[in-house]
Design a protein around this ligand. Sequence first.
Ligand code: PLP
Length: 446
Amino acid sequence: MQEDQARQIKNQPRFGGIFENGGGFDKRVRLTSHLYDDCLEQYQEAVGNNLNGSVIKKLETRVSQYIGAPYAIAMNSGTSAMHMAYKLAARKVYGADTLKGKRVFCSDMCPIEQAMPILYENGIPVFIDVDDITYNMDPECLKKAFDIYPDTKIVAMNHVYGFPGQISEVKRICEEHEAILIENASESFGARVDDKLTGSLGDISVLDFGQDKIITGGLGGMLLTNVYSDAEVVRTWINMSRRNLPWNHTDAIGYDYRMNDLSAAMILGQLDHIDEIIAAKKKVYETYVENINEDLAYLIRTAEDIEPNYWMPFMMCDSNIDAVEARSQYDYSYKDIHGTSSPMEIVDAFDAFGADAAPVYMPMSEQPVFKGCELITIDEILEAGVPYNAAKSLFLSGTGRDASRTCLCLPSDLEMTSDEQMKVIEIVHSCFSKADIDRKAFMAVS
Ligand SMILES: *Cc1c(COP(=O)(O)O)cnc(C)c1O
């Protein structure tokens, strides 16, 4: 953000008194970035072994024991792992190592990394809307999708921002239709459903260790399976489909998707801390829940049988009483209406004071790359890939689309102090008053 724009925001009366003398946060408050770096021993082992894969093996063993999945295959990214998951699923249900011409049901609210690999294999993504409580794949919409396309045999579901949804019901529906469930647990490492760890709930599951994930190796991913022969197939694919021969014998398309030992060392160095990381993240989440005025905005809710990893808590600004925010494909604007706010207004205010926030995923059904695909909502089938239409920017059909205009991710960085978090909350509250309203007067009446 330009300095003069930041100054203009900071000088609004509604933010008065949060910081002294027109200041902001001393150091940038990040969305999530915390990193344990006690991986020196693993790092030395990796280097001592000429980066020959020994630490990767250790990591695979550790993760498969932790999750309780018999086989874990480390890769260079979660996207690679998703790609291999689709390809493996295609082999299992179609006997072909490609999705060519086949439909895949995929949650609409997910990062592009989940949906894009369907296109690598020439598949046809069909986006499934999310429910309005967990913001994960809505089982009712999935049922409807199977009614429309009963031949579909592959389903991909994620756990949004580390907060799992109705995966048990989704799994049951998949079984009913003899479809394979790919569980994308990229954001939910350590989260549980019915006391079972995510990553153990799909027929094939995927983990991710990307730069901002709860456990990171800079980049990295993993595929989990219960089937030895499937694990061996994937291991061959990710190593250029080389056969175990003295020369480089290759008889099929392969990929260079292997992880490297240094990433594995980094990840191992953090795995020991997973419980304390989740406990600290939970505290950040609870502080938001307890202190954010529910009449203005509220945090994603959790259910009794679900224990999230609280990776990136997100908030709904559901008090919109009017169209306060409009987005085009490349730009946005918002109106300053007393009592309401919008994700981008809050993101801008945070930015001005030196904190990061982010709108939630742009729904897959709105990505231009998926033009011609479909979104199945509870009462409609909508065309995907149609550019943003400013006139339709509020009250969109589709829960995921609606969420993209009303929700935003709050900072949950473990480096954030409780003092800083309380200031973050004050900024949120102040956003709901008019730019020319004094904050103290506003807080006194609301
Ligand atoms: C991070 C992430 C991925 C993979 O990202 P990479 O950058 O390729 O490691 C996949 N799916 C989800 C849900 C993610 O959050």
